[in-house]
Design a protein around this ligand. Structure first.
Ligand code: C5P
Length: 397
């Protein structure tokens, strides 16, 4: 696959040390990274660090004679997918908002023909400073993406808005900013992860779902422009940016959360591995060991997806079927029984807990096999397919 080129601008803030980690993450994610530093940026971290991490020459000087035509300010952004500045100081923001071009970074920003993303980093008073807020508003109006800033402890010891977002977060937002938005303005409700059915105060029945596929679908839906709510069983996974997360344990808690949220949803994607049964004879206290046989009574759980899909005015419903055999036959029967316009089928042996997945989509038009790959890639293809189907089926007659 051809590497995507990005220009990473580094300006003079303490958060410049995090730009080194960002460079590493970008390279790991397949980006060809070209770093341009302001003079102040190069006082915080030496250019050689970025050269080593990116594998490319680092530019700091507008008068750098290395490019044959002496036009680094033009050459660097041609063919680039984006210019990202992290950290972006108040000074850089002010200059870009006013079109100033007094060094290589500001000049190449003015001369670019690709999207610009800025990750501000500054003291909270500098962030709130009226001219800075005016400049940020102007940049947003000009179509520049402002990533963050975050809030919290600052290098100066103060607490407030102005922290640069973490490198992983910046990378996710960059990749999202460059993707198509077929779900813009749509609200997606999603279940993910395992459920946990309590036996007593310390024990329960659960399954080996990691939640990775559900969280990948949530991220893909967010990247596609949707407003996303995740109802999550127990999983340590981080919530994708801007997604609202409701943590639950049991299938009944998951159903209650879904029922509360579903009236606001355009699309419901049920990825959770919901326990089929819950324990009827739950014990409030820890069950003590003795010599007798212990019998757990199990009663069927509600089918969350079926109850949503069979409601009078259901959202567009997408189910998952994890089977260990007869994949297509069982999945097709499940799609019909639960009245789903779209179902994603996978083999449990290939999916549960793994980082990769292989999925077959089933809809009214037939089956559509997605190539095996990382769960995020599979999730992106699933979301593209569902967005096309959703738009087609909900088109006004
Ligand atoms: O467990 P089953 O194979 O029937 O799961 C198929 C789909 O139904 C999945 O999308 C799953 O999230 C959903 N489901 C549910 N509530 C259940 C069981 C399954 O929402 N109690």
């Amino acid at each position: 696959m051809k590497q995507k080129r990005i220009v990473l601008g580094v300006t003079g803030g303490v958060a410049a040390y995090k730009a080194a980690e960002l460079t590493r993450l970008l390279v790991k994610a397949g980006w060809d990274v070209h770093v341009v530093m302001t003079e102040a940026g190069s006082r915080f971290v030496l250019p050689v660090t970025f050269q080593a991490l990116s594998g490319n020459p680092v530019y700091t000087d507008q008068w750098d004679a290395r490019p044959d035509n002496n036009m680094a300010h033009i050459n660097l952004t041609r063919g680039a997918a984006a210019v990202l500045v992290a950290p972006a100081t108040a000074d850089l923001i002010a200059k870009v908002a006013h079109g100033l071009c007094d060094d290589l970074l500001t000049t190449l920003i003015a001369a670019r023909d690709c999207p610009l993303l800025l990750a501000p980093a500054m003291n909270r008073q500098m962030w709130d400073n009226a001219p800075n807020q005016r400049n940020v508003a102007q940049l947003k109006a000009d179509g520049v993406a402002i990533l963050g800033p975050g809030s919290g402890e600052q290098a100066c010891g103060e607490v407030g808005d102005g922290r640069m977002l973490e490198p992983e977060d910046i990378l996710m937002r960059l990749e999202a900013a460059l993707r198509p938005k077929p779900l813009a303005g749509k609200r997606v409700l999603l279940t993910a992860g395992p459920t946990f059915e309590r036996i007593d105060a310390v024990r329960g029945i659960t399954n080996s779902s990691s939640g990775k596929m559900g969280f990948a679908v949530a991220r893909a839906a967010w990247e596609a422009g949707a407003e996303v709510v995740i109802v999550a069983g127990e999983t340590p996974l981080a919530t994708p940016p801007d997604c609202r997360r409701i943590d639950v344990q049991s299938a009944q808690q998951m159903l209650a959360a879904v029922e509360l949220e579903v009236p606001h949803a355009d699309i419901f994607i049920s990825v959770a591995a919901v326990a089929d049964y819950y324990v009827l004879n739950q014990s409030e206290h820890k069950i003590k060991k003795d010599a007798h046989i212990l019998t757990l009574e199990l009663a069927p759980n509600p089918d969350i997806l079926a109850s949503v899909a069979c409601a009078p005015k259901p959202p567009f419903c997408v189910g998952f079927a994890a089977e260990s055999e007869n994949l297509l036959e069982y999945a097709d029967a499940k799609r019909r029984r639960k009245q789903l316009p779209l179902l994603a089928a996978n083999l449990v042996q290939q999916a549960m807990g793994a980082d990769d997945n292989e999925v077959i989509l089933l809809d009214d038009a037939g089956t559509h096999r997605l190539p095996r790959g990382p769960k995020l890639d599979v999730a992106r293809q699933l979301v593209a397919h569902l967005a096309a189907l959703y738009t087609h089926t909900r088109k006004p007659a």
